[in-house]
Ligand binder design. Structure first.
Ligand SMILES: [Zn+2]
Length: 232
């Protein structure tokens, strides 16, 4: 199994190839697969099922990834573990899970404490704001994402690295604002992969529509003025 095999799989999944899940499962039957690659493939399967709208299968694959990471004693700061936290958080937001905010908080803690990755921490913080938008309070989510946006456009050390996230955060904020306009249409947009998962490992060049796509997955829990009009 080579890096080329993995890139072919990624292309197949992103192109929406209905056989993509079978291709990933075929890799898992290879006895020569390394422990890290096994965890990776289970995670890739999670992301594949998620894109296909098969959430129960995605959760099963995520459980397999977690069990494989434990079985192989992958260290707490291992990149596979960090990807696992990221994919779990993305799936929770995607699915509107009741504990999505807490799951995103755990991803942020992993990014900060174990991976010590400032860019990932910012990603996790942005994703957590989407969970808050859906579950708790649109106004609080927009406030928190706005703070992150200010940091991203400050372009001063030590936040300079965050400037790469600014377009993604801007579109996320716009999608939140759009969701807070009563009667506004919610056109389905593109569904980019999670930055920092297995399908798209880099967090440094996120698709600018990533966050907005997750915002649009579910309506907000409105605490904003626009939705507090009596009788609405
Ligand atoms: Zn609102």
């Amino acid at each position: 199994m080579t890096a080329d095999d993995l890139s072919h799989l990624r292309v197949a999944i992103l192109a929406g190839n209905p056989q993509a899940g079978d291709l990933v499962r075929r890799d898992l039957t290879d006895n020569g697969i390394t422990p890290a690659a096994r965890v990776d493939r289970h995670l890739l399967l999670t992301e594949t099922h998620q894109r296909q709208g098969r959430i129960a299968d995605a959760r099963l694959a995520l459980g397999e990834a977690s069990a494989a990471a434990d079985a192989f004693n992958l260290p707490a700061g291992d990149p596979c573990r960090t990807a696992l936290f990221a994919i779990r958080a993305d799936l929770a937001v995607w699915d509107g899970h009741v504990e999505a905010v807490q799951v995103c908080t755990r991803y942020a803690e992993q990014a900060r404490d174990l991976a010590q990755d400032l860019l990932r921490l910012a990603h996790a913080t942005a994703l957590r704001s989407v969970a808050i938008y859906h579950r708790d309070s649109c106004a609080e989510a927009r406030r928190l994402l706005g703070i992150l946006h200010e940091r991203a456009i400050a372009a001063a050390a030590p936040t300079e690295a965050l400037t790469v996230l600014a377009p993604m955060i801007e579109r996320g904020l716009s999608a939140m604002a759009e969701g807070c306009r009563p009667g506004a249409a919610r056109p389905p947009g593109p569904v980019p992969p999670l930055p920092g998962g297995v399908l798209k490992p880099s967090v440094a060049d996120p698709d600018p529509d990533y966050l907005a796509s997750r915002v649009r997955q579910h309506p907000a829990r409105h605490t904003c003025a626009a939705f507090s009009t009596p009788g609405r």
